[in-house]
Design a protein around this ligand. Structure first.
Ligand code: COI
Length: 355
């Protein structure tokens, strides 16, 4: 990969910040953005001079390939501020590697690792005042890449734009969720783009998720092509606790290799909890829900953190999951967020200091 960059990031700051500290807490997830953004373009086979500029609209021609062929990939990360004002990221190397895996699958160029970290650190340092500290709040960080080159010939673009934008955000889910298990629609195909964080994977879920919402549920849990095995939910990976064993579907070319997912598996094993990463039949979970051995079900993702699933629906039958004491979801959430917010020792070496 050629990177024609000889100088540092070019920085243009806002003349006046739009930050209103009084309303920084508990903002609706992903609805407002900080003063600045990171932007770097790719042309003539090389990444160009990266910039940090005031957050602003982009100028793209209507023929930009992203609009026609959906070459767009993204990541989700969070920046946390501890009580001493230090700023932390959680396992950002995982996001950096994953966006490049996603880019490769969509025939897009990889974004250089050093630029990813330099851009991220510089942007977060400039916009550090925007990181909310109220309970469950953080600065959601969204790196993404789009095909910004022109032309509607169906082929990969020759130009790309990589950006990072940041949004001060409260909780993604404010209460437990109900889910519908997919019986007809599919999220991913064998040999498809399911493992990539491709924008289209999310857009394609909106319609079936709307149908679930109309029935009073919040999310769809996607299944394999036979609709017999459970895979992942729209915004998160899914875990099941049968008696004291933790189960989750294995990652594959259909399932996103979630950073929260793999962190929970490590935390659980470290606690001496038995973890099984294996294909999980819907019938097994329904049987466990019926005979009382399904103790918990929860979703896990960067935005969602860990959210209990209180009930699920399959073939129009609703299965309640009673709320037990000493839930794994609570234990894992505490251990995970204590590391993320620098409230506890980081024995796994996951925290990354920005400032
Ligand atoms: C994330 O958890 O960061 C995600 O990307 C899920 C989402 C909000 C689309």
């Amino acid at each position: 990969m050629k990177t024609d960059i000889t100088t540092q990031i070019k920085i243009e700051k806002v003349t006046e910040s739009k930050l209103d500290k009084a309303t920084l807490s508990n903002r609706k997830f992903g609805s407002t953005f900080t003063d600045h953004m990171f932007i770097c373009t790719y042309k003539n086979g090389a990444w160009q001079m990266p910039k940090i500029t005031p957050y602003q609209a982009l100028q793209l021609e209507p023929s930009a390939r992203v609009f026609h062929y959906g070459q767009a990939v993204f990541e989700g990360m969070k920046a946390y501020k501890d009580t001493d004002g230090h700023v932390w990221l959680f396992r950002p190397d995982e996001n950096q590697k994953r966006i490049n895996r996603s880019a490769k699958r969509l025939a897009m160029p990889e974004f250089p690792e050093e630029l990813f970290f330099e851009g991220l650190k510089t942007l977060l340092t400039i916009d550090a005042d925007w990181i909310p500290t109220a309970d469950g709040n953080s600065l959601y960080v969204r790196p993404f890449m789009i095909a910004s080159g022109n032309g509607i010939f169906a082929a990969p673009s020759e130009e790309y734009t990589f950006m990072i934008i940041c949004s001060p955000s409260g909780k993604y889910y404010t209460k437990d969720v109900g889910v519908v298990i997919a019986e007809y629609y599919s999220r991913a195909a064998n040999g498809g783009v399911g493992a990539a964080k491709a924008a289209g994977n999310y857009g394609a879920q909106f319609y079936p998720t709307q149908l679930a919402i109309e029935k009073g549920y919040q999310q769809v849990v996607w299944t394999d092509s036979t609709h017999e095995y459970l895979e992942e939910a729209g915004t998160m990976n899914v875990f099941f606790r049968i008696n004291d064993t933790l189960l989750t579907a294995p990652t594959s070319e259909r399932i996103l290799d979630g950073v929260t997912r793999k962190s929970i598996i490590t935390i659980a094993k470290n606690q001496g909890i038995k973890v099984e990463e294996r294909r999980i039949k819907i019938s097994e979970i329904k049987e466990a829900a019926t005979n009382g051995t399904l103790k918990e079900m929860f979703g896990a993702g960067t935005a969602a953190v860990i959210v209990p699933i209180s009930h699920f629906s399959h073939q129009n039958v609703d299965y309640e999951i009673p709320k037990i004491k000493n839930r794994y979801s609570e234990l894992f959430k505490k251990q995970l967020t204590d590391i993320q917010y620098n409230r506890a020792e980081d024995k796994f070496g996951w925290r990354y200091k920005v400032l």
